[in-house]
Design a protein around this ligand. Structure first.
Ligand code: PNS
Length: 164
């Protein structure tokens, strides 16, 4: 049974994340999408909201499950018998940080990281850029699944009102 984890903040999940999850699900027996709680990052959506959104947009993949974790990713992997982390690499700018993370994860608990190259259509995409564009009223419909679009717009508007 080849079980892998796709970790991330997913605040919110984008077509870039979804592409990696879908491709991983076609290769491995089970893909766990793990929403990692990052105490230093201010998030737009709660962990519960992010989990619900990911579940909604991954229902078409029967071997994808969604979970959350607060702590080291490798501890989650050990606790859940997951030997492999799958991550998307967008560009060379991702590489230094991702390499460092993969090496520390290997050193800490022997957990391997496999990188999948992001589809060129999504190579510029990140949750942060989606939030930035959306917060100024830009069209983000090509970046996040249609099911999430209204929720994203509403939350960004609420955020802008609270800040002003
Ligand atoms: O979507 P993101 O924010 O780029 O994802 C980064 C994430 C959550 C995968 C990464 O920060 C992570 O693994 N955090 C958990 C803490 C951890 O294990 N850090 C690595 C060793 S210091």
């Amino acid at each position: 049974m080849r079980k892998v984890v796709c970790p991330g903040s997913f605040d919110p999940i984008t077509f870039g994340h979804l592409d990696i999850i879908a491709r991983a699900s076609s290769i491995f027996d089970e893909v766990v999408v793990a929403v990692l709680v990052n105490r230093t990052k201010k998030s737009l959506f709660t962990v519960e909201e992010r989990i619900a959104m990911i579940r909604e947009v991954t229902t078409v993949y029967p071997n994808v499950v969604v979970d959350s974790w607060s702590g080291l990713l490798v501890d989650y992997c050990k606790q859940n018998d997951i030997p492999i982390i799958v991550k998307g690499l967008r560009a060379i700018t991702d590489f230094d940080y991702e390499l460092q993370m993969s090496q520390i994860n290997l050193q800490l608990q022997g957990v391997e990281t496999l990188f999948m190259s992001t589809a060129p259509a999504h190579s510029f995409l990140s949750s942060s850029i989606v939030k930035e564009v959306g917060s100024y009223g830009g069209d983000v419909s090509s970046y996040v699944p249609p099911l999430l679009l209204e929720r994203l717009k509403t939350r960004l508007a609420l955020n802008m009102n609270q800040q002003s």
